[in-house]
Design a protein around this ligand. Sequence first.
Ligand code: DC
Length: 222
Amino acid sequence: MSKLIAIDGPAGVGKSSVGKALAKKFEINFFSTGEMYRCLAWKVLEQGIDPQDEKAVLEIAQKVKWTYQAQDNVLKVYIDGICPLDKIHNEEVGRAASKVSAIPAARILIMDEQKKLAHLGNIVLEGRDIGTQIAPFSKVKIYLTASAKARADRRVKQLKEAGQNPVYEEILASIISRDERDSNRKIAPLKPAEDALIIDTSDLTLEEVINKVLEVATKNVW
Ligand code: DC
């Protein structure tokens, strides 16, 4: 039986860590749908285009070719043959990704790509609209949430561990403004599916979250 897990929630809530652990456990692939918006945003910025210039962003979105490669239970995305993972996980590209993802026509093209992955199955899809738009037929839908403060604390810790010197107030403000944009856009806004299991991770360890999800997935579905 093909396995499909949908994980949604705001930025910095631990979706990737949880999703990767689940993919390993079930021997399927993890895919971060946000990386596609980040790749598109990266390409847009590289070409000196404003990420809010709808016409120019759409032109790029129509031209790019998406391909994928699995490695260690993670499906990596390639934009025009390049996998720019080391260049897309920063605040600048994150902000631009949030902007390009709110452009309806560009978004639809990326959503169509992601729907194909959902239909192929045997995948953990992580994003903002997986349970509601990309894979509403998924039997396991998880919505992770946590206070903006808890997420900012985690992000600051991560950045410090990576040798950076983050300013807490700036990180918190960026999380709040990204939540605001992702939740209020007209197309596919961030929200839990009606039948999603909502887990507040503010006071839970990664292990505790993973165990909760595993319980639901194994008991109810597989
Ligand atoms: O998950 P992430 O931080 O890598 O996502 C980057 C941006 O992409 C996020 O601000 C909103 C957008 N996004 C989206 O609109 N829908 C998704 N399924 C995933 C991400």
